[in-house]
Ligand binder design. Structure first.
Ligand SMILES: NC(=O)c1ccc[n+]([C@@H]2O[C@H](COP(=O)([O-])OP(=O)(O)OC[C@H]3O[C@@H](n4cnc5c(N)ncnc54)[C@H](O)[C@@H]3O)[C@@H](O)[C@H]2O)c1
Length: 351
């Protein structure tokens, strides 16, 4: 039986992957149970408390492991500069230690949780259909309520184009920088050792057991939490930001397919639903499903947020046979009443 080491097994996504891998695989589940994610709770049954930065502890759990499915990370928008050392420590350094320990143990296959944030701004085209790569949006424009990216030559508003895996990688936040660093270390490791890496670039993940409203949780959970408190979901910018919301059970299946596919070399794949939706539409769908107040478009913004990012699902279909089975209409309706992870761990991450 193929043995899989699953890191971040106590997390939102790791928990669903744990379920998806069983009973076909022999899963060794580990998690550091970071207080920022889990509060001060103790052990979780079936999950060994191991920090991926601890090479000696990894040596023990890597015995006989064929594939590592690496989900452990500090997550969030990465907009607070004070959190940079925590992202660098758990994500960059943690991945570097894990890769070294895998080389020590003779384990040559990695499935890595990457993210759409490695792309920064998605891809854009003007009315003539030309591809344009806009720079970061200026604070002046954002303060003035000009949220769209514009063509630097003509000033016309740019429409989004699908992001393929060979698009430019331009992280715009500390978190994004650390997710790209994980990919870069993994690529270098694969070249140096001949090992294989499938880096799954998840788009906006949502679903049961998503962490509740914290500055570090995803927007769908923030909307849910507002609605539970009887308040209108607060939508940044003008609500027309386009995204791809992919259900966590589909993310888990993409991981299982990657473990089974054993692609050679380094392969990065978008994992998305293939059904773009705007943030305003997500908020409206949740308000409707909860019979709650209609969303409020605030015109506020978060520095480092990108305007649009919509994935092409083609390569994942071609390479690992992945097609999302839950679309946003059904998934968000179900999510409106799904259980969420408790808000104990609302603190900032620490090193
Ligand atoms: N949730 C999303 O929308 C999303 C999108 C793209 C990518 N991702 C990636 O998916 C992965 C899982 O994210 P999630 O949403 O389940 O987050 P989560 O916070 O629920 O889970 C992450 C888990 O990693 C553990 N962890 C952190 N640092 C660790 C360390 N040094 N050693 C061992 N365990 C450690 C935490 O305790 C936590 O249980 C992450 O790599 C994240 O970057 C998530």
């Amino acid at each position: 039986m193929t043995r899989v080491l699953l890191t971040g097994a106590a997390g939102f996504i790791g928990g669903h992957i744990h379920t998806a891998l069983q009973p076909e695989y022999d899963v060794v589940a580990i998690d550091a149970l970071l207080p920022s994610a889990h509060g001060s709770g103790g052990q979780i049954e079936g999950i060994a408390t191991v920090d991926v930065r601890d090479r000696a502890a990894l040596a023990e759990v890597l015995t006989g492991v064929d594939v590592v499915c690496h989900q452990a990370a500090v997550v969030g928008a990465g907009v607070n500069a004070a959190d940079a050392p925590a992202y660098a420590s758990h994500n960059d350094f943690g991945t570097a230690v894990l890769l070294a320990a895998m080389a020590d143990a003779g384990c040559s296959r990695l499935v890595l949780a990457s993210s759409m944030v490695v792309y920064g701004e998605g891809r854009y085209r003007n009315r003539a259909g030309e591809q344009i790569a806009p720079g970061p949006r200026s604070r002046g424009d954002l303060d003035a309520g000009q949220f769209d990216n514009t063509d630097p030559n003509t000033g016309e508003i740019l429409d989004w184009a699908l992001v393929h895996e060979d698009s430019a990688l331009q992280p715009r936040s500390t978190y994004a920088a650390s997710k790209l660093a994980q990919e870069n270390y993994a690529l270098a490791w694969s070249l140096a050792t001949g090992g294989s890496v499938t880096a799954l670039r998840y788009h906006n993940v949502y679903g049961p057991h998503m962490p509740r409203n914290t500055p570090y949780s995803g927007v769908a959970a923030m909307f849910r939490s507002s609605l539970e408190a009887g308040r209108a979901p607060q939508v940044y910018e003008d609500g027309r930001q386009a995204r791809d919301f992919v259900h966590v059970t589909d993310i888990a299946r993409a991981n299982a397919l990657s473990v089974a596919a054993a692609l050679p070399g380094f392969t990065a794949l978008n994992v998305s639903s293939g059904q773009p939706i705007t943030i305003g539409e997500v908020a409206a769908a949740l308000s409707d499903a909860c019979h709650g107040p209609a969303p409020e478009i605030t015109g506020q913004y978060r520095p480092g947020d990108v305007r649009h990012i919509v994935a092409s699902p083609e390569l994942a279909r071609e390479r690992i046979g992945f097609d999302a089975s839950v679309g946003p209409a059904d998934g968000l309706r179900e999510f409106a009443t799904a259980p969420l992870r408790d808000a104990e761990g609302t603190g900032a991450p620490s090193v």
